[in-house]
Design a protein around this ligand. Structure first.
Ligand SMILES: *Cc1c(COP(=O)(O)O)cnc(C)c1O
Length: 381
């Protein structure tokens, strides 16, 4: 049985009767950039997140950098984020001219370790940017307590966490502002590039609306040097159709995670859930001693997997200017060698989950029986 990593065509076909007319309406009105569909989605997504404002933009990366820019963060400032994240989190900090400072993650959750923050804070620190990695909220309570003490801001990189909850409160409304990505494979995905910022600060929301549109609040009147980072009308229409389904899709992911946990062999461990956190499983990530061989075994059986992420930020060639070295963030480095993301999407069937778990179990039992020699076996097979 083939098990894809995710199945976007299945989702489209289930929604086709709603999606096609919504796109057609944009075509017929030619509201291609911003427009009524984007405005409606902004209202609906703000309400979904429990935030006062949502501003639609053209990617999660733009959302992150606009959030920092709108708070006046730039050259000479430091922003602390976590070593275990997608590259864009760091790019956004660098794009605004600020200096990225990294802290390591926690081994059991892969989330920012709040205990390491005090040591990373300097007089130049303006904000902490935790990442709700894999769809689980970072420890916002602990992070915010430290930030308050030092008078610095906290922003959520919620690009993987649409609908995730922390003590019942939804991601996007937990801190001083949040950035979301609607990249097609995310829990809420557009049919192209899209992203959004949520905030409770009316002045910041106004500034972001201006900055995303050439620093202009009224056509051809430019109050600031801005950017072209607006959301497309078609993306607003697609997201507006999809949003009412998100809760149901997230619940399906939660149910799949539970099934995975009950069926996976004890030799592999799944990422743990923090007390008070209700993840949405953008990714279902396991840890295993012989990751590369397990991945090859699954690939050979037609099961697609991923690694999020194989090379930590601080060891990327693009980051040589920051002076980080091997050993700086040991937990992130260790996880990069052990983590494997298993197939996870709402439309997944129990039979597919069983197939994945059987394949993992067959690998682990051979590995146990041969004292860890399975790597060579798989390669020669
Ligand atoms: C996807 C993602 C981004 C970037 O979003 P884009 O829409 O691809 O620009 C940023 N941070 C994290 C953690 C992400 O997963």
């Amino acid at each position: 049985m083939l098990v894809p990593f995710l199945d976007l065509p299945a989702q489209y076909h289930a929604l086709q009767s709603e999606i096609d007319p919504a796109i057609k309406k944009v075509l017929e009105t030619s509201a291609f950039i911003l427009g009524p569909a984007v405005e409606q989605f902004e209202k609906d997504f703000a309400a979904f997140c429990g935030a006062a404002h949502c501003i639609g933009v053209n990617s999660g990366t733009s959302a992150l950098s606009l959030l920092l820019r709108a708070h006046g963060i730039g050259a000479g400032d430091e922003v602390i984020t976590v070593a275990n994240t997608f590259f864009a989190t760091l790019e956004a900090i660098v794009h605004v001219g600020a200096t990225p400072v990294l802290v390591d993650c926690e081994e059991t959750t892969a989330l920012m370790n709040p205990d390491l923050l005090e040591r990373a804070i300097t007089k130049k620190t303006k904000a902490i940017l935790p990442v709700h990695i894999y769809g689980q909220t970072a420890d916002i309570t602990a992070i915010t307590a430290i930030a308050k003490k030092h008078g610095i801001l906290v922003f959520e990189d919620a690009c993987q966490a649409h609908g995730a909850r922390e003590h019942g409160q939804v991601a996007g409304g937990l801190a001083d502002g949040a950035a979301f990505s609607f990249y097609p494979g995310k829990n809420l995905g557009a049919y192209g590039e899209a992203g959004a910022i949520t905030t409770n600060d009316t002045a910041v929301a106004k500034k972001i609306r201006m900055l995303r549109d050439h620093g202009s609040a009224a056509k051809y009147h430019h109050d600031a040097i801005g950017w072209n980072e607006r959301m497309d009308g078609i993306q607003g229409a697609v997201l507006g159709v999809k949003l009412p389904h998100l809760q149901k899709w997230n619940d399906a992911r939660r149910a799949h995670a539970k099934t995975y946990r009950s069926l996976l062999p004890k030799e592999v461990s799944a990422m743990e859930t923090r007390e008070g956190s209700d993840p949405v499983y953008h990714l279902f990530v396991i840890r295993t001693a012989d990751r590369n061989a397990l991945q090859a075994h699954l690939t050979a059986r037609g099961i697609q997997t991923g690694i999020h992420y194989p090379i930590p930020l601080h060891l990327q060639p693009a980051c040589s200017e920051f002076g980080w070295k091997q050993g700086d963030f040991p937990v992130t480095e260790k996880l990069a060698k052990e983590i494997l993301s298993l197939p996870m999407f709402p439309e997944m069937t129990d039979a597919q989950i069983q197939e994945v778990c059987d394949a993992v179990a067959s690998f682990e039992s051979v590995r146990a029986a041969t004292g860890g020699q399975v790597a060579t076996m798989v390669r020669s097979a």
